[in-house]
Design a protein around this ligand. Structure first.
Ligand SMILES: [Zn+2]
Length: 361
């Protein structure tokens, strides 16, 4: 899985995860020697501080932070986009680079006041790393911080989609310029041919990652624009049956047989919360045959609920980022439908195909 990341802990309620590419890099660098490995660990500490600056600013502005994922050469904070206004996005984007620049100045001061030696040289290197982290991220290159800040700034005069389109267009120019300049720089450096090859490949992959990020920002902005007036109730299914929790699987099987309701989702209530018995689970119990005396309450799993008037776009985003497949849709506290991610994504696609604007990226 491309998104696979390992949780390493949490700070102030924000989950911190290491992306698998970072774990790979750590293993790779540990072969180079202790000093390089330590340097990478320290660099990551500063990347983490940069991300925490984004997260704490978000929290202060009332925007929920879901988690922070650390990649080999930067980080990403997953925040609640729905509560994000342009002004808040501007402040949150700038907080990270400003923190890095502040840390850079601090490490520079330390390197200047301590006696000259290997430690002061190390602090000077940390100064350079932090400044690089701060200034590079300030480039108006969406999805980097500077690009997000630019989009937020543009939104004062235009809509979200138009601002994203402008920021992505500028980003494409920067991509070409960056690739040309950095490749020339690598070739002109006095490195060995093998190192040059490796650096060029790495740099190209890195540029591609940013380019891909920008294009998916644009696609997401287009989808958001198209889906802005449909909510959860549009894509939910009403084919469900509420069965009392004490009913045994054996009886359920007979009910199914008589009423021919195989295509209905089985919902029950478990400790005051809606729970579902999936077809797969039911089938497995019936095939095994030895657990037919189990009650629905025992075999079912609890479901999260969502309000029927919530935006479908943001709900699908949440379901994807949290790995949720099914939700109960409620209206005024009453169960009105079931939202299944695959089905809802299909419904959303069909809706967009029918609307006039083209959503191709
Ligand atoms: Zn940042």
């Amino acid at each position: 899985m491309a998104d696979a990341a390992v949780g390493i802990g949490s700070i102030n309620g924000i989950k911190i995860e290491l992306h698998w590419t970072f774990i790979l890099l750590l293993i790779f660098v540990s072969f180079l020697g202790l000093y390089d490995a330590l340097l990478i660990v320290v660099l990551f500490l500063f990347v983490l501080l940069h991300e925490l600056a984004h997260s704490f600013t978000s929290k202060r502005l009332g925007v929920k932070v879901k988690r922070i994922v650390l990649y080999p050469f930067g980080g990403g904070s997953m925040i609640d986009n729905e509560a994000l206004s342009a002004k808040k996005e501007l402040m949150i984007s700038l907080a990270g680079p400003l923190a890095s620049i502040g840390l850079g100045i601090l490490t520079l001061i330390i390197s200047l006041i301590i006696p000259k030696g290997s430690i002061s040289t190390d602090f000077y290197l940390l100064f350079e790393l932090n400044m690089l982290l701060g200034i590079f991220n300030l480039l108006p290159w969406i999805p980097l911080d500077g690009g997000r800040a630019l989009r937020a700034y543009l939104q004062r005069k235009m809509g979200f989609l138009e601002a994203t389109e402008k920021a992505v267009k500028l980003g494409r120019i920067i991509t070409v310029a960056y690739l040309a300049i950095s490749t020339a720089y690598i070739i002109l450096s006095e490195s060995s041919i093998a190192d040059i090859e490796l650096l060029i490949i790495f740099n190209f992959a890195f540029t591609l990652l940013i380019y891909g990020g920008a294009e998916s920002e644009l696609l997401s902005a287009k989808i958001k624009e198209q889906m802005h007036n449909i909510n959860v109730s549009y894509a939910m299914t009403r084919r469900f049956n509420i069965i009392p929790p004490s009913v045994k699987i054996e009886r359920l099987r007979k009910m199914f047989y008589k009423k021919n309701i195989y295509n209905h989702i089985i919902i029950t209530k478990k400790n005051g919360q809606y729970a579902m018995l999936s077809n797969r689970m039911l089938r497995s119990i019936i095939l095994k045959g030895n657990e037919l005396g189990t009650s629905i309450a025992q075999a079912s799993v609890k479901l999260a609920t969502i309000s029927s008037d919530r935006s479908l776009f943001y709900t699908l985003q949440d379901m994807e980022s949290e790995g949720i497949d099914t939700m109960c849709v409620v209206k005024k506290g009453r169960l009105v439908g079931i939202l299944q991610r695959q089905h809802a994504e299909f419904a959303a696609t069909m809706y967009m195909r029918h609307s006039k604007k083209d959503i191709k990226a």
